[in-house]
Design a protein around this ligand. Structure first.
Ligand SMILES: Nc1ncnc2c1ncn2[C@@H]1O[C@H](COP(=O)(O)OP(=O)(O)O)[C@@H](O)[C@H]1O
Ligand SMILES: O=C(CO)[C@@H](O)[C@H](O)COP(=O)(O)O
Length: 497
């Protein structure tokens, strides 16, 4: 292999780090190194020590180097895509002061409600930032920290998102990108900058935040000698700004200004997300109105309970996750971690419709259906946010691009087909977040547009699974249970134990 041909795209998501080694010229995926994370916490808490991410990045790169057989000197660039929203606070020596509060930590729900009210309601927030500060947003987590651990908040000299933290470890540069910054609720998608009034409301010193790289500025620095030593890579190679994991998946799929716009994606991982890249700036309180990595926008809806919740139900039933059948009359809303869409941060799971002849396989199927229904229900609002009419036959015929770990599972794919009634495409290459990060790294090396690079790699182009008849009876049954379930039944009126 000629030198200078390989980039590394890092996906540092909730459960693990994946490092994709990609040939720049062809987009060929040479190897994926993997390393797990540790998530701790009960009763709404979800935390990971940022040092765990750094060690996992190091291990994943080492595994990828070994698996690919690529000589380290052939690697010319690296970029990190990270789980969104997490709050990382650093002390004066640059070390984390405490574990990061993750996107799915719901303890910040009261602070989210207070922030929403402080600005006069949800619409005021979406007009400024694109999103409402639900518990997931970094602003709510920062306020939780100030109220619950004031000494730690006072000692914080730097506030970072997970991908910023890792990018700074690689390059020594304190930088973020518009995509991940738009998940903080202190960055304005209307102005493309931090919102000074919101920083004041949150008592955040602007100097404690990373600079926001402009969407076009792909290379933000070089791999430092220290990081190069830790990773076994050459010092001085290009480091890109990186982005949030969903934004990176959009790049990996070739979605954005230089590619496909207003095309729906469904991601099934720890979170369930639906999103699209669009030129229309989203401002719907029902969605998160993020910026994309390439200067377009990324309207998105996110659920807290997806693959982990269904795997938990399978474990409770003593079944393999593949051993499921359509749920029949049973409806299971698997809100084991509370929920974000709909905004029920203290909710718990709900099971109805049990009969003598209900089988364990049907109960597991009902968990798949509840998880898929919850994220798919936001699809029409997503399409409207893109300026489309969901009833338009051409729009309804656009295939769902299905990604994330769940897309590898037959039950997930079939449940999505049945409940959406849409054609579905599952990109065969997989690891779209890491591939998007690789395209960002390749952009830092070559100066080309990352979406155009990924489009050339053809990462999202695979045969479609035809639409099947939509299971409207199941759709209506789950919708009716969710709409009629009283807040007390979902546990949504109780503080967590
Ligand atoms: N073959 C499979 N069938 C069904 N689910 C799978 C399969 N492989 C992985 N998963 C699911 O994928 C999830 C991890 O997905 P991933 O997108 O990597 O998560 P995250 O990005 O949140 O860390 C696991 O929780 C697991 O349930
Ligand atoms: O909070 C969101 C999106 O707003 C999540 O999608 C996180 O970005 C975590 O993603 P995964 O680890 O599930 O991929």
């Amino acid at each position: 292999m000629p030198p200078h041909t390989v980039v590394i795209g890092v996906d540092s998501s909730t459960q693990s780090t994946k490092a994709a080694f990609v040939d720049i010229a062809t987009g060929r995926l040479l190897a994926v190194g993997r390393a797990p994370h540790v998530v701790t916490g009960e009763a709404g808490a979800r935390e990971t020590d940022p040092e765990v991410w750094w060690r996992a990045l190091r291990d994943a790169v080492a595994a990828g180097l070994k698996e690919s057989g690529v000589p380290a000197e052939a690697v010319t660039g690296i970029a990190v895509a990270g789980q969104q929203h997490g709050l990382v606070v650093l002390g004066a020596d640059g070390s984390p002061l405490r574990p990061a509060l993750l996107w799915n930590d719901t303890r910040s729900a009261p602070q989210a409600a207070a922030l929403t009210a402080a600005l006069g309601g949800a619409d005021a927030w979406t007009a400024r930032t694109g999103s409402v500060p639900v518990a997931a947003m970094t602003a709510s987590k920062w306020m939780w920290l100030r109220e619950n651990e004031p000494a730690t908040a006072a000692a914080a000299t730097a506030i970072r998102l997970p991908h910023d933290f890792l990018t700074e470890r690689l390059s020594g540069v304190a930088v973020t990108d518009p995509g991940d910054a738009s998940g903080t609720c202190w960055y304005s998608t209307a102005t493309g900058a931090y919102d000074p009034e919101l920083l004041e409301l949150l008592s955040i010193e602007p100097a404690s935040l990373p600079e926001v790289a402009s969407s076009g500025a792909a290379r933000i620095g070089s791999l430092t000698a220290g990081a190069a030593g830790a990773l076994g890579l050459p010092a001085g190679i290009a480091v890109a700004a990186g982005t949030g994991d969903n934004m990176s998946a959009a790049v990996g799929l070739g979605l954005g200004g230089a590619g496909l716009l207003d095309h729906p994606v469904l991601s099934l991982g720890t979170s369930g997300t639906v999103f699209a890249a669009s030129r229309t700036r989203p401002a719907s309180p029902a969605l998160s109105g993020f910026a994309a990595a390439d200067g377009t926008y990324l309207p998105l809806a996110c659920t807290l309970n997806c693959t982990l919740a269904v795997d938990k139900v399978a474990a409770l039933l003593g079944l393999d996750r593949a051993d499921a059948a359509p749920g029949g009359e049973a409806v299971l809303l698997p809100y084991l971690d509370g929920e974000r869409t709909p905004d029920l941060p203290t909710a718990s799971g709900l099971l109805t419709g049990l009969r003598h002849d209900t089988t364990p396989q049907q109960l597991l199927g009902a968990a798949y259906e509840g998880a898929v229904f919850t994220v798919l229900r936001a699809l029409d609002e997503l399409l409207r946010a893109c300026g489309l009419d969901p009833e338009d036959p051409e729009v309804a015929a656009r295939p769902l691009l299905l990604i994330g770990g769940g897309a590898r599972g037959h039950q997930w794919v079939e449940t999505v087909r049945r409940l959406s009634g849409r054609p579905v495409t599952v990109p065969a290459g997989g690891e779209l977040v890491a591939m998007g990060a690789a395209a960002l790294a390749a952009s830092a090396v070559t100066g080309r547009d990352p979406v155009a690079i990924a489009t050339g790699w053809q990462t999202g182009e695979d045969p479609q699974l035809a639409a099947v008849e939509r299971d409207l009876a199941t759709w209506a049954r789950i919708g009716s249970v969710l709409d009629r379930a009283s807040q007390p039944l979902l546990g949504a009126d109780r503080p967590r134990a």
